[in-house]
Design a protein around this ligand. Structure first.
Ligand code: NOJ
Ligand code: CA
Length: 689
């Protein structure tokens, strides 16, 4: 309620202000359009706070809000709600590429002003809350204001964010999480435990409450701020723990500023999390204008050989990135309809301990056996592009100094996509400051949030898309910068080559409900030689071949690698057909069934066509699923081209056993799936009429 100083006498004004404050505190709540989710905001005892109900039951208990600044009083206590406003929105927007072309943004919004006193000049901030049918988002907006601005010309250091997320009954809340602030960035196997034993975690972190409600906490639109990790304090109370700079400050900002959105996806069923567009809806629209140059597609690469030891990044006899090898890969890509060839190890700097020697990488000088102009001219004649590669080893100042030249070079040579890499231990990014002093930063601190975005916007100027490895976590920025086409940010396929341990059978049954909620992942599926060192070796792909195919549908990315050595596809040309056919860009996507860490089934419809694709996978348990084909168009028959585990398939002993069969099917039919241990199924529904 706005307090207006009109002709009313001062005492009456104060009195009406108090009444309106009390009223406001009692009535400040906002519900989702379907009424299931209710977000309450309060200023009880001068402390800003909130809680959330889902279908009449509390899913977030009273939790704190607030920001603490260095050297000036922030927003922690002695605050009152002095104003609020409600609006609503229901609109649909179009994605240039994605899981679905059209996205509906339907939400109710509440903005609440918290101020120290009723005086207009008093310090204040706005909490903006949006409640959708699939969850909520809120963020802090701190406008220009005199008392704060007087401090250091409007510069503000945030030393703590007070936001908490309190989950009731932590001892009975199942949680899927990876630790934050660890040496391995986001590349941990997920833990499945009750919430009470969790320490400090990355987001998205996913929960199943004792009543069966599914929640996932994350953030949207992380720009010029530190990543939010969550630290468990009292049991069930997860507190925002912003990743600090090397000097301990969490965020260095300037008035006015707004924080990223703090998000909670909420759903009755696990699949509700997968069918949510909350994160994208909370990001700003495309800022790049025409992005028709951003190209989804499939790619092969001079890559897996380095991971299994048949080739090297560095120069010498086993050097992978040669002109001849690249041309061989371009021939293969052209033959099978793939659009790109990734080549790693093409540039000077890989010899010796490349992990430790990031400063010597050149991003413009190729090794002598890699002829960039010859290769790219050859690619053009075949309709295949070279995909560029920049490994920084975390030496980001060295990269920044060469970035413009490096992207210019690629642009001159018809390269439209670059994979970047930031291999360095967590907390060991090398920043050289203004005085020339080396500072060690985290991959998810504010400094790196800015560096990753710099690479994306510099690349956009040259119509180049970026696929970031060892990235900052995704927070939906692909909506604003559609050339940020994919990223890693979890344990990918590479761990099966050398990880200790490799990815577990359940890993890809957890990823959709955790990491993938944030956006596309360059998992690099499609390994056909599942056991390059033998079936009994520790390092191998712990799945069946059919499951490896299912990943192309289950783990969404607009770019998908066809990751194995080319010769391994020749041994299974029948299964390979699915990879040739499957698109990477979709008109529509639906998660049909699933439980976190157990199994998942997705159906997706191709863009500009009538075919549907289905991917199903299971964890270490064999499983029978029956899927009703309600997603198919009512008036059509389809040829279901089914790639499924053979009756005696088993990931450990018999992973290649596969049945490939064709059936005519239509909407209303039920499909019975029989998944082997760590098995899967991949199906193309080809529209017949
Ligand atoms: C780690 C990346 O995830 C992997 O794909 C790449 O091959 C190496 N870094 C080298 O850049
Ligand atoms: Ca990696």
């Amino acid at each position: 309620m706005t307090i207006k100083a009109t002709f009313i006498g001062r005492s009456i004004l104060l009195c009406s202000a108090l009444i309106s404050l009390n009223l406001a505190a009692e009535t400040l709540k906002v519900a989702s359009p379907d009424g299931n989710i209710v977000f309450h905001v309060s200023d009880d005892n001068g402390l800003p706070g909130y809680r959330i109900d889902f279908r009449g039951k509390e899913v977030i208990s009273p939790s704190a809000l607030g920001l603490e600044f260095k050297g000036v009083e922030g927003f922690v206590r002695d605050l009152k709600i002095t104003d609020h406003k409600k609006t609503q929105q229901d609109s649909t927007w179009e994605q240039p590429w994605g899981e679905r072309r059209l996205v509906r943004d339907q939400h109710n919004e509440l903005t609440v002003t918290f101020a120290r006193t009723e005086k207009k000049s008093s310090n204040h901030f706005t909490l903006r809350v949006r409640v959708f049918n699939d969850g909520i988002g809120f963020r802090y907006e701190v406008p220009q204001q005199k008392k704060l601005a007087d401090n250091r010309q409007g510069k503000i250091d945030i030393i703590d964010e007070k936001t908490t997320f309190s989950l009731p009954t932590p001892e009975q809340t199942k949680t899927w999480w990876i630790p934050s602030r660890g040496w391995n960035r986001y590349e941990y196997l997920y833990n499945t435990t009750m919430l009470d034993v969790v320490d400090r975690v990355h987001t998205p972190v996913t929960f199943k409450s004792s009543t069966g409600v599914h929640l996932s906490i994350h953030e949207a639109a992380l720009v010029d701020y530190a990543a939010m990790t969550l630290d468990q304090q009292r049991n069930g109370v997860l507190k925002a723990d912003l990743t600090p700079w090397s000097d301990g400050v969490r965020v260095k900002t300037q008035l006015p500023f707004k924080t990223p959105w703090r998000t909670i996806q909420i759903a009755a069923e696990a699949t509700g999390l997968l069918n949510s567009d909350l994160i994208l809806n909370l990001n700003e629209p495309n800022k790049l204008g025409d992005v028709s140059w951003v190209e989804p597609g499939k790619y092969v690469g001079i890559w897996w050989g380095m991971h299994v030891g048949t080739a090297t990044w560095g120069s010498g006899e086993k050097h992978g990135a040669t002109t001849a090898e690249t041309k061989r890969h371009m021939d293969f890509a052209a033959q099978h309809g793939f659009s790109g060839v990734l080549v790693e190890g093409w540039n000077i700097g890989w010899d010796g301990d490349w992990y430790a020697n990031g400063d010597i990488f050149s991003f413009t000088k190729p090794y002598p056996d890699f002829n960039l102009p010859e290769i790219t001219v050859y690619g053009k004649s075949k309709g295949v592009r070279l995909i560029g590669h920049h490994e920084t080893s975390g030496a980001v100042t060295n990269y920044k100094n060469q970035m413009a030249d490096a992207f210019d070079l690629y642009q001159q040579h018809n390269v439209a996509q670059v994979k970047t890499g930031y291999v360095a231990d967590g907390g060991k990014i090398k920043r050289i400051d203004e005085q020339g002093i080396v500072r060690n930063e985290w991959h998810d601190g504010q400094f790196m949030v800015g560096e990753y975005l710099r690479s994306v916007t510099e690349a956009a100027k040259r119509k180049i898309s970026i696929n970031t490895h060892e990235p900052i976590k995704d927070t939906g920025l692909r909506r604003t910068y559609p050339n940020w086409i994919a990223r890693e940010g979890a344990r990918g396929q590479e761990y099966n080559a050398w990880g200790s341990p490799p990815n577990s059978a359940e890993h890809t049954a957890i990823l959709p409900f955790t990491r993938m909620l944030s956006g596309p992942m360059d998992y690099t599926p499609g390994i056909f030689d599942l056991a390059p060192y033998g079936l009994a070796a520790e390092n191998r792909v712990r799945s069946t071949l059919a499951k490896e195919l299912s990943l192309y549908v289950v783990l969404y990315s607009p770019i998908q690698m066809v990751a194995d050595l080319l010769e391994n596809y020749e041994k299974h040309t029948d299964a390979f057909q699915f990879i040739r056919d499957v698109p990477t860009d979709w008109e529509e996507s639906r998660a049909l069934a699933g439980e976190v860490g157990d199994y998942v089934v997705f159906a997706r419809k191709e863009r500009a066509g009538e075919d549907w694709y289905l991917g199903a996978l299971t964890d270490e348990d064999a499983r029978k699923l029956s899927v009703s084909l309600d997603f198919l168009s009512p008036d059509k028959n389809y040829e279901a081209q089914i790639y499924r585990d053979g009756p005696d398939a088993d990931w450990k002993t018999n992973p290649y056993a596969m049945v490939i069969e064709k059936k005519t099917m239509k909407r209303g039919d039920t499909l019975q799936l029989d998944l082997a241990t760590s098995g899967g199924a991949a199906i193309r529904f080809k529209a017949l009429d």
